[in-house]
Design a protein around this ligand. Sequence first.
Ligand code: ATP
Length: 248
Amino acid sequence: MNDILLSVSGLGHGFDARPALQDVSFALNRGERVAILGPSGCGKTTLLRLIAGLIPVQTGQITLLGANPAPGTNSAVIFQSPRLLPWRRVEENISIVLAHLPRSARAARVAALLARMGIAERAGDWPDDLSGGQRQRLALARALAMQAPLLLLDEPFANLDPLAREQMQDVVLAQASEEGSALIAVTHSVDEALILGDRILLMQAQPGRIWQEFLPELPSQGSARRKDAAFYPTLATISEALHRAAAP
Ligand SMILES: Nc1ncnc2c1ncn2[C@@H]1O[C@H](COP(=O)(O)OP(=O)(O)OP(=O)(O)O)[C@@H](O)[C@H]1O
């Protein structure tokens, strides 16, 4: 049974009359995970920002179904750089999005998220005193704290070392599963697309559009997928398609 959360239809976007996206349409079910893969400049970030409501829609329609009427509560975006509040301590950077909870529930939730991210002992520190990787973990914790039905990831693991990247991918996937959140992950990496997505939309540039869709059959979840027999053959097939998508 389909339970559609997001519908994107005939979406187009231009900057200074230069087309960045053209006729992008897809739907996303509740709890579904989609990776958006494509060469540099094909409009992945623009698509994500439109879905997040960070830039206004010019052409086409984006509908979040059954959305909470309070603005900003239906999706949580995680960017490549952390975008923290440097004048708030680590724990306050998370509790600020939990103002609707009673104080004790808020504290428990902040503590649980910091522990899950492996930065519990930094709760009382300033963000500027954290390492780059720890700051990104905090940004992930803050986005997950929102318990939004839709998580939007714009390469948030790109600046992490490979081990931390794998850990954070798995934490985000586990948390999304527990909350029943759907996920759209923008990435340049076929490996990351296969780890995060159950469905992969491959885009082409000039103008940015969806070119191919892949539904890899990988029984495991998260980084454990690398052990599935189909993982590397699927990676090879999609890498080849990505090269063709990027060809002039
Ligand atoms: N604010 C802006 N003003 C003008 N042009 C923009 C703006 N944002 C994006 N563009 C242009 O729109 C196109 C798509 O950009 P976008 O950042 O969405 O691509 P992308 O696929 O995310 O790229 P990358 O993988 O390199 O991050 C590019 O040609 C880019 O130069």
